[in-house]
Ligand binder design. Structure first.
Ligand SMILES: Cc1cc2nc3c(=O)[nH]c(=O)nc-3n(C[C@H](O)[C@H](O)[C@H](O)COP(=O)(O)OP(=O)(O)OC[C@H]3O[C@@H](n4cnc5c(N)ncnc54)[C@H](O)[C@@H]3O)c2cc1C
Length: 634
């Protein structure tokens, strides 16, 4: 029997709105359903949360404690019918009706089904050609997500991974304080329930362990060939087969075949290297954030940190705690803002509740998405608002003001810092960065913010354009990734000798729905060009991976069920899609805010490259099932 005081404390710290719905679902207690909630705007209207009315909190807590003190384990959890689920979702928001389309989009979020977003055979599994197999390139989040789809469909596959372990991003980046900046409750697959995260924002090692757990639990691990680098391949049009070249660790090359290739090689796989003049003459250490491992230490050193993107901001506090002196080189100020519970452990009570209270985990997933549902409004400039003197639109300007005040408060109003730290570009025109004590670190006596551009590196350290030399023992570069190099450096040769890298080097990487390229049959890219939905309801990357992999798996199924050997996007569909995409992108702040387009990784050569420009509702419509009219089968 669990201690009453423990239960009460756990319930007191719970997401009470999620608990209210879970308790009602478990007990049918109408008095619990009738508890009112208040709608509260968060992040200057970026989204909303719904909080249990103060005067009902004690009542709800008492009811929940009673239920949890009895025998919660004896409750037999059931999957609600669509009608019940819809009613429960409406109850979360105090009775606001949910449209058919929104219900369809949001139904998988509380993840009551075992596999909320998966492809399916129309009938029994189709007969597969002899030796049929899919090759997945990469064993990161995307590759594993793809493998789970194929496992369920009983379609044979092999994963080739050039590293010696699972995890991709989460195996490579082991710099100080590397962790997710989206809550772990949202940065997970919906088919793995109640994973016992220990922190609200999991650290790198925990995410890597999670992915290893997924690989073992879903029977994927033995199908991964580690230390195998796919160099590229050629599509054999007669046989409808890909012949791929694989390099082993010893450099030997083998050829393997695949009926379908799914490149899950990652957007952040090619670190951008510092190329400053004189770098070779530097006598100290130069470490890219992706190269940082246990052998590196800043202790007692004079260190330069170059970069203030997500990584540079994550690692500064720890480096500056250990170093004697830290210079922070900032090229462009960024919008860096706090996240609730960032860096905090999940309490024992929290973890116990997720495990013990039926449906609570499901509803925390649902409530945690509400604050980010309206992000799209930040991206669309309002001409009337601008004509009246505003910068972008009402919510975006309000957010800018709130975030400016945060910066001022963090640096204790120091005008010299405020002037250097408040960006010119609009919030959301670049990725928002989560503050890991970055501004506070700048206040330390032994930390210096340098905004004069870097001119060169000499043997002693970094020389800025004003001629100043900043002597350092170590340069840590957190300057990001060559995100324009998709699927790099592998080269795939499609129909008529067409090289993918040639096609993409001509006018930038393009794909249909971020996944398919005209002239490349049976070939898919995950996290490809313009694949990323940042408009809120698109969900975090694992959710998007579920959508992308469902789409790919469904097209493989559709091909097999039609007894075809290959599928590709038609030229017309490819061109039309990209024309619509470019036209939609031109209307959003990523391209209209001229303060941001330069050196913004979303944009490459003046074209939106990483994100897709539509509202998540449109995105969902496009991805929910392949449009076979856009496909050519042979
Ligand atoms: C430091 C950092 C922090 C991040 N934090 C977040 C976050 O908080 N929230 C969020 O939503 N996203 C975050 N991201 C984005 C993150 O990359 C994705 O969320 C996700 O991990 C991408 O998974 P992936 O499998 O697509 O790619 P990756 O994780 O990059 O995996 C690709 C895999 O493919 C392998 N590979 C590549 N080429 C080949 C080849 N030719 N042959 C064989 N194997 C190959 C690589 O070795 C790698 O293992 C972060 C990214 C970085 C770099």
């Amino acid at each position: 029997m669990t201690d009453q005081a423990f239960i009460r404390e756990a319930v007191g710290g719970a997401d009470l709105n999620a608990l209210r719905i879970a308790l009602f679902q478990a007990t049918g207690d109408r008095a619990v359903a009738a508890i009112p909630v208040h709608r509260i705007d968060v992040r200057a209207g970026a989204g909303t949360t719904y909080e249990v009315a103060e005067e009902y909190r004690a009542f709800l807590i008492d009811r929940a404690v009673d239920f949890l003190s009895a025998a919660p384990h004896q409750h037999i959890a059931t999957v609600p019918t669509d009608a019940d689920l819809r009613a429960l979702m409406e109850l979360v928001t105090g009775g606001e009706p949910i449209s058919d389309m929104d219900f369809d989009i949001r139904k998988p979020v509380p993840a009551f089904d075992d596999y909320p977003r998966t492809a399916n055979w129309a009938g029994p599994r189709a007969r597969l050609p002899e030796d049929f197999r899919v090759v997945i390139v990469g064993a990161g989040f995307s590759g594993l997500g793809m493998a789970v789809q194929l496992e369920r469909l009983e379609i044979p596959y092999v994963i080739y991974e050039r590293r010696g372990e699972i995890g991709g991003t989460w195996s490579i980046n082991t710099y100080p304080d590397a962790r997710v900046d989206t809550p772990s409750a949202m940065y997970e697959f919906s088919f793995e329930k109640r994973y016992p995260w220990t922190e609200h924002f999991a650290r790198q090692a925990e995410v890597r362990e999670y992915l290893e757990h997924i690989a073992r639990k879903f029977g994927i691990f033995d199908k991964i060939r580690f230390n195998r680098d796919i160099k590229g391949g050629v599509f054999d049009e007669t046989a409808s087969i890909w012949r791929l070249e694989v390099a082993d660790n010893d450099g030997s090359i083998n050829t393997i075949t695949a009926n379908f290739v799914v490149s899950a090689s990652g957007l952040f796989s090619s670190p951008r290297q510092l190329s400053t003049q004189g770098l070779d003459s530097f006598t100290g250490e130069v470490v890219h954030s992706t190269e940082w491992d246990m052998r590196h230490s800043a202790a007692g050193k004079s260190v330069a940190v170059i970069g203030n993107g997500s990584t540079g901001v994550q690692l500064l506090r720890r480096i500056s705690d250990e170093a004697n002196k830290t210079y922070v080189f900032q090229r462009t100020p960024q919008w860096i803002s706090p996240r609730e519970r960032y860096g905090e452990p999940l309490s024992l009570g929290d973890r116990w509740l997720r495990e013990t209270m039926p449906y609570y985990w499901n509803w925390t997933r649902y409530t945690s998405t509400l604050p980010v549902l309206n992000l799209y409004q930040f991206l669309v400039p309002d001409p009337e608002w601008r004509a009246a003197g505003g910068l972008i639109n009402r919510p975006n300007d309000a957010l800018r003001e709130a975030m400016t005040q945060y910066i001022v408060a963090q640096v204790q109003g120091r005008p010299d810092l405020v002037e250097k730290l408040v960006p010119n570009h609009a919030p959301f025109s670049r990725r928002l960065i989560v503050d890991n004590g970055w501004y506070r670190a700048l206040l330390k006596d032994n930390v210096e913010l340098v905004t004069t551009p870097i001119a060169a590196v000499n043997s002693e350290g970094i020389v800025t354009e004003d001629g100043c030399v900043h002597p350092v023992d170590m340069i840590v570069t957190a300057i990001g990734f060559a995100v324009e190099k998709y699927v790099w450096p592998s080269d795939y040769v499609g129909r008529s000798g067409l090289h993918l890298q040639d096609v993409w080097s001509r006018d930038g990487a393009r794909a249909y729905l971020g996944m398919m390229v005209c002239g490349f049959p049976n070939f898919f890219v995950l996290y490809g060009p313009n694949a990323q939905s940042v408009s809120g309801g698109g969900g975090t990357i694992p959710t998007q991976i579920e959508m992308w992999t469902k789409f790919v798996a469904q097209l493989i199924v559709d091909t097999l069920e039609r007894d075809h050997a290959s599928v590709e996007v038609t030229a017309d569909a490819f061109e039309d899609y990209n024309a619509r995409l470019d036209a939609a992108a031109k209307k959003l702040i990523w391209l209209t805010d001229t303060q941001s387009t330069d050196r913004n990784y979303y944009v490459n050569n003046g074209r939106l490259q990483v994100n897709m420009p539509w509202h998540y509702r449109d995105w969902h419509q496009m991805l929910s099932a392949p449009n076979l009219a856009d496909m050519a089968f042979t």
